[in-house]
Ligand binder design. Structure first.
Ligand code: FES
Length: 159
């Protein structure tokens, strides 16, 4: 990965006067790259003169930070109770078979990252998945097929 130091430097500069704003700094880097690249953390560590171990310990403590690259599209299959009883395990199987990855993994071409979540507050729509932040409910295997192939407009049941 090639690091755009200009972007990293501007983020570092933003927090230059707040020497304790490590989390905000990491959040901005995470927003920029959609994960925390190791080489960027090491660079930041040198620039702000904070041990790299401290930055890594923050990055691993907060579950919102990712240390692995994310896919272009994020697919979260709800495995909460209401979705589970309505067939979420079969829907998850369909997603993982279609993309040939397990939950928590990213496809080799970096197009998709798949995760499971527990209840996103739209139980009436179950089984449900969240695709790039948009809810798709009353899932069927056919809908998943279409969604992952990019022809999902007709099936949008976002809430
Ligand atoms: S259990 Fe899936 S949205 Fe609530």
């Amino acid at each position: 990965m090639t690091v755009d130091l200009e972007k990293v430097n501007s983020i570092i500069e933003k927090y230059r006067d707040d020497r304790e704003a490590f989390i905000a700094l990491l959040q901005d880097i995470s927003a920029e790259y959609r994960y925390l690249p190791e080489e960027v953390i090491r660079y930041v560590s040198e620039e702000i003169e904070v041990p790299v171990s401290r930055l890594f310990s923050l990055a691993t403590f907060y579950t919102s930070f990712r240390l692995e690259p994310r896919g272009e599209h994020e697919v979260q299959v709800c495995m909460g109770t209401a979705c589970h009883v309505r067939g979420a395990p079969r829907m998850l199987d369909k997603v993982t078979q279609k993309l040939n990855i397990k939950p928590g993994e990213t496809t080799e071409d970096k197009r998709f990252t798949v995760e499971t979540v527990n209840c996103v507050g739209a139980c009436a729509l179950g089984p449900l998945l969240v695709y790039d932040g948009k809810y798709y409910g009353k899932l069927t295997q056919w809908k998943i097929e279409k969604l992952l192939e990019g022809s999902n407009d007709e099936d949008d049941q976002s809430s």
